[in-house]
Design a protein around this ligand. Structure first.
Ligand code: ACO
Length: 475
């Protein structure tokens, strides 16, 4: 049911959804193969420290926890009810939640508007709205909050902890991408699967993560279609000067639009309209899931790039050329190094190196040469952002270069962004993870590093346009 404008009271109450002190799993099952069992297991084994109440009239105890026949029998307050009973008894479960005074509901149950059961869905929304209970879903995988160790979902695990809130209109993608958060060290503060968005909408989640959640400093969204466009834009306009918003709008091709319609019943709409709207309200648009994650990683860790002069430092000419091409493609053309900086960079390369942009310290570039060049670049006022590219050579270890990047970064605490690309095998992967854990977004290719830097530039422009304060430190 379309929201009647942004509801500030709902935004406020979303803290019970994402930071609950108690969770009831309505439909907690004894059968390990059922979703209701997995949700309970995720809370228990994920290390959630709040109170957990399994609700099941047919069981007395599950996983050593006392079971209650209904939320009405629970002695304490319930912040979040996670509903995992079949659609035909979901309404009764919601009525009980309302009577109990449950503060928020996340409904995993499918079988509503996505299969034509709009009436059943509207009925549940009506009960929730009349009782002031925000409802997420139905037809979702649940929610997760890494910091609270609250995995109220049937995702395989909590996400890798970080500072991006991920809102996904696809439940299956949300589940799968939890794996990416660990693999690529892209940390999430929270994950919200939005499903049929029958009640709580994108705009309210954006405002919650944007204005009320201190653990979040970037919001990443997978969107198939919006029902409440003006509210979405209003929320983004409010949040984008403070925190970056990055979105993948899926369902852009002719057949993609049809696929989105049958997946979430979304009006995928004309792609150009979405792109224009994103621009107007300060949302950075990306074109693939990997771009969404790469951009979120950079935006959640680094300050925006204010100004149009990025410097590239590389030990490989080819990597520099690829990065230059990518930079141009992504709208941050590379210009020449200022003469004074050229002069000082000369010290860190052999005669046949190049201090032009890209700065090529050549294959003879050892860790100390990298460090010297990085210090010069970070200290130079004309450099607005830095991309450090490293091709694995026998003379320099990836970890040595990682340390050479991190040392000046941690000492100088620059108010300009830095990204890196480590191009090579498993040692590069290890060094990349080490850097990411220390706040430096690092990628396996120059193109991905430049794409991430372009997101930081895009956010710099948004902050300039919307009058956000100067550079902010994100790591
Ligand atoms: N209150 C609480 N629990 C009850 C009640 C009640 N009134 N009545 C029955 N239960 C118990 C059952 O006894 C059962 O426990 P048990 O296994 O120990 O006996 C438990 O609740 C679950 O009930 P079932 O009838 O077994 O339901 P089942 O687990 O088969 O299905 C589910 C429930 C998962 C909600 C299903 O209806 C559903 O919607 N599945 C789809 C979920 C989904 O995919 N969501 C979208 C995700 S996005 C994506 O695409 C991945």
């Amino acid at each position: 049911m379309r929201i009647p404008g942004i509801r500030e009271d709902v935004v406020e109450k979303l803290k019970f959804m994402f930071e609950p002190d108690s969770v009831a799993v309505v439909g907690a099952s004894r059968d390990p193969e059922k979703i209701g069992y997995q949700c309970l297991r995720n809370l228990v084994e994920g290390g959630y420290e709040g109170r957990i109440y399994p609700i099941n009239p047919n069981a007395s105890e599950i996983m050593g926890l006392k079971c209650f026949p209904s939320v009405l029998e629970v002695p304490g307050e319930i912040d979040l009810a996670l509903i995992v009973v079949p659609a035909k008894i979901a309404k009764r479960a919601v009525e009980d939640c309302a009577r109990k005074g449950v503060k928020a509901i996340a409904m995993i149950t499918a079988g509503f508007s996505e299969i034509g059961n709009k009436e059943g869905e509207d009925e549940i929304v009506r009960i929730c709205r009349e009782n002031g209970i925000p409802l997420l879903g139905p037809n979702i995988v649940g929610i997760a909050n890494s910091w609270k160790k609250c995995n109220a979902s049937f995702c395989q695990s909590l996400p890798y902890a970080g500072k991006t809130a991920f809102i996904s209109q696809s439940g299956a993608l949300a589940i799968a991408l939890i794996g990416w958060t660990w693999l690529y060290r892209v940390g999430l503060s929270s994950m919200a699967s939005i499903g049929n968005k029958a009640d709580v909408d994108f705009s309210e989640l954006i405002l919650y993560f944007g204005e009320r959640d201190e653990r979040t400093n970037c919001i990443a969204m997978y969107i198939e279609g919006l029902d409440a466009g003006p509210e979405f834009m209003e929320a983004c306009r409010r949040v984008s000067p403070k925190k970056p918003l990055v979105a993948l709008k899926a369902g852009k091709s002719e057949r993609g639009v049809a696929a989105a319609a049958s997946h979430t019943g979304s009006l995928a709409g004309a792609p150009l309209i979405y792109s224009a709207a994103f621009k107007q309200c300060g949302v950075i648009e990306v074109n693939s899931l990997i771009e969404l994650f790469d951009s979120a990683l950079a935006l959640s860790l680094q300050p925006p790039m204010l100004g149009d002069f990025p410097l590239i430092i590389t030990n490989g000419g080819g990597a520099g050329v690829c990065a230059t091409d990518a930079a141009e493609r992504y709208g941050i053309p590379i210009s020449d190094t200022p003469p004074d900086l050229r002069e000082s960079l000369r010290k860190y390369m052999p005669e046949f190196g190049s201090p032009k942009n890209p700065v090529d310290i050549t294959g003879m570039g050892t860790a100390d040469k990298y460090e010297g060049a990085i210090r010069e670049a970070l200290a130079h006022p004309g450099v607005n952002g830095l991309a450090v590219l490293y091709c694995h050579t026998a003379i320099t270890s990836p970890m040595g270069v990682a340390e050479a990047i991190y040392r000046p970064y941690s000492e100088l605490k620059p108010q300009k962004p830095i990204v890196a690309a480590f191009i090579g095998g498993s040692e590069c992967e290890e060094a990349s993870s080490w850097l990411k854990e220390r706040g430096i977004p690092t990628f396996p290719s120059p193109e991905r590093a430049m794409r991430a830097l372009s997101a930081l530039r895009a956010y710099g422009k948004i902050r300039e346009r919307f009058g956000g304060a100067g550079a902010i430190k994100r790591a």
